[in-house]
Every structure is written in C-alpha cells, then in structure tokens.
Design a protein around this ligand. Structure first.
Ligand code: TRP
Length: 335
C-alpha cells in the first residue's frame, strides 16, 4: 500500500505560550503547509492527563488556536481543531491500549518525569498518554510527524504499535509514521540560564518572552537577559561554548531568518548591549503582528469556536473510514 504524504501534529492547550513554542514548533508547522496535507490538533484529551481547571482548559484551547491562526496556519487549507471533537482518537486509543505492551510504556521517560516520585497517584491516562498520541497519528494514516526532541521516544513507540497492529492483524494497514525533523526548528533556552529550556513553568517571567508580551516587555526582558562578561563571540565554535550567547544568537538568527554564522560574523567582538538592541528590534518586528492578530481573534471567541468546529468535522470525515476499517480488522461487529 502507498500512502499520501500527510502531516499530523499536536500541541497541548497550556497557558503562557512563549517564544520557545513559537520557534520550536508553531512556525515550522506554518512552513510545512505548502508541501503537505496537514492536520493540526490542540490536544485537550492529552491535557487532562494532569489536572486542568475546566474554565482554564477552555480558555487555553482558544488561546492556542488563536496563536496558530495568527502565526499563519490557514484553517481552510489545513485542518485545525481540538482533539475531543473527534471521538475516533479516543476510540482508536482503546484498541491501541490493547496492542501496546506494559513493558513498552514502562520505558517512557516522560511518564517518569511527569509522574515524579508519587507514581501510585498518577492518572492511568498519564501512563497511557503515548497510546493516545499514537492513535492521533494513526487514525489519519499520517506519514510524517513534526516533533521536538522530547517527543521522539513517543513517536518511536507509535511506530512500534503500528507495526505490531499490522502484524497481529496480518495487513500493512497503518503506515509507520516518520519523524519530520526540521533544520529550522530552534531550541530556545531560558533568558536567565542558557542551559535550561525556555519554559512556561519557570518561576521567573523574565526567563521567557511570552506571546502576549508587548514591545516594552520584550525590550526589558532582552535587556536583562543573562550574558557573560566577554564581548560577542567571533566564531560559532566560540559561541557554542557560551550557552547564553549561543541562545541569543540562535534566537536572533531564527527571527531574522539568517544563519547563526551570519549573525556571528555581523556582531563579532561588539558589545552585548548593541546586539541586544538589534535583537529587540527583530523580536518586536516579527512578533508584534502575531500577538496583535492573536488579541484580535481572542476578542471574538465565537469565531475561533466556529473554526475549530469546522476543522473537527473535516477531521472526523478523514478518520471515519480508517476507524471503520480498523474495527473490521479487529473483528468488531459493525453492520
Ligand atoms: N505529546 C505532544 C506534546 O506534548 C503533543 C501531541 C499529542 C502530539 N499528540 C501528538 C505531537 C501527535 C505529535 C503527534 O508536545
């Protein structure tokens, strides 16, 4: 069987979207649109594996959707929806719960991190999370999945599950999804510590540029960003040994659409203060149209909901025949 090139990717509806989410994932999704049929999903079913306040979950779902649209996801060209609108995700996940082995899931490092010391008290959903992620992908016969480093193990598992299903039921039914690693994805680190990822859960708001920050807040955070006492590096090798410098150069390069080499060449030996002024300018120029559009969209929640509803219907139409065939293969009476 040959499969069309189809992308699936998911993002959690969490608050505090920041520059790391944008440069690490969202912007790359936008770039994939011309070359692939794309299904982009705000994964609310995944979110509730950890406790979510219901009103906050609703709010964050709309915020993430608004951000994706503002950043350039075209909901007419691609499918954009929130996961719970298509029951096939949960339905296939159940079948895959019965395909995946306990031993496979026991090896997932993210479960160990998220469950922490009190594993007995973690939700069953948190443990089975990777099976739902496999279902997200497989229920559309997606062939390519853009994921960051932290999701690679889950994608490997999705491949193993697809392969075992195909074996168990004697048919090459599910394509084995390929990771879509993008050279352009940027790993954005904290502005206060160049060795830690930029994170929504960092106690210091100064550690991240939020996609809701205005120009003054961006300028202040860049000005206060940690650096070392030396002038700007004069080679990429030098920069790589200096985490804070390396991070700011990477951010500048990504936002200005230049290579790190070009950025290093331009600023070599200059003072950080000068570079930070230039960085603020590109950050504000690039982000302010997006944040303004996000605010405009969020002022009219009914319009966002309508977009997600339409996406949900198209998602259902796409997965429905695949789910029906899955049931047939498993032997469920369904006529
Ligand atoms: N687990 C992913 C994350 O936390 C989100 C996600 C859910 C996902 N389903 C997916 C990503 C399917 C890619 C494909 O980032």
């Amino acid at each position: 069987m040959t499969f069309a090139r189809r992308i699936f990717s998911g993002v959690q509806p969490t608050g505090n979207l920041h520059l790391g989410n944008y440069l690490g994932a969202i912007r790359n999704w936008v770039r994939l649109q011309p070359d692939f049929e794309c299904v982009f999903c705000v994964v609310d079913l995944h979110a509730i594996t950890l406790w979510q306040d219901p009103a906050e979950l609703t709010k964050h779902t709309r915020e993430v959707a608004a951000c994706l649209i503002a950043a350039g996801i075209d909901p007419k060209q691609s499918i954009l929806f929130n996961q719970s609108r298509n029951p096939n995700h949960a339905e296939l996940a159940w079948v895959l719960n019965c395909v995946a082995r306990m031993g496979w899931l026991n090896r997932m490092t993210q479960f160990k991190d998220k469950a922490g010391k009190d594993r007995e008290n973690a939700s069953v959903g948190l443990f089975a999370y990777p099976n739902l992620m496999a279902a997200d992908i497989l229920v559309y016969h997606a062939t390519h999945v853009p994921v960051g480093e932290d999701q690679k193990q889950h994608l490997e598992l999705a491949r193993d599950i697809a392969q075992k299903f195909n074996n168990d039921f004697g048919q090459a039914f599910f394509p084995l999804p390929e990771p879509q690693i993008l050279g352009t994805a940027t790993r954005v680190m904290s502005l206060r510590d160049g060795t830690k990822k930029m994170s929504k859960s960092d106690a210091s708001d100064a550690s991240r540029i939020n996609l809701t920050d205005d120009a003054d807040q961006i300028a202040q955070k860049v000005r206060r960003a940690k650096t070392d006492p030396l002038p700007m590096p004069d080679s990429v090798e030098d920069a790589e040994k200096r985490p804070e410098a390396d991070n700011l150069i990477g951010i500048y390069a990504a936002l200005a659409d230049r290579t790190p080499d070009e950025v290093v060449a331009e600023f070599a030996g200059r003072q950080f203060s000068e570079f930070k002024t230039a960085l603020t300018d590109v950050a504000v120029a690039h982000l302010s149209p997006i944040t303004a559009e996000m605010r405009r969209l969020l002022a009219d929640p009914a319009q966002i909901d309508a977009v997600l509803k339409d996406g949900g219907e198209r998602a259902c139409a796409l997965s429905q025949p695949i789910m029906a065939r899955t049931k047939e293969l498993v032997g469920f009476l369904n006529n």
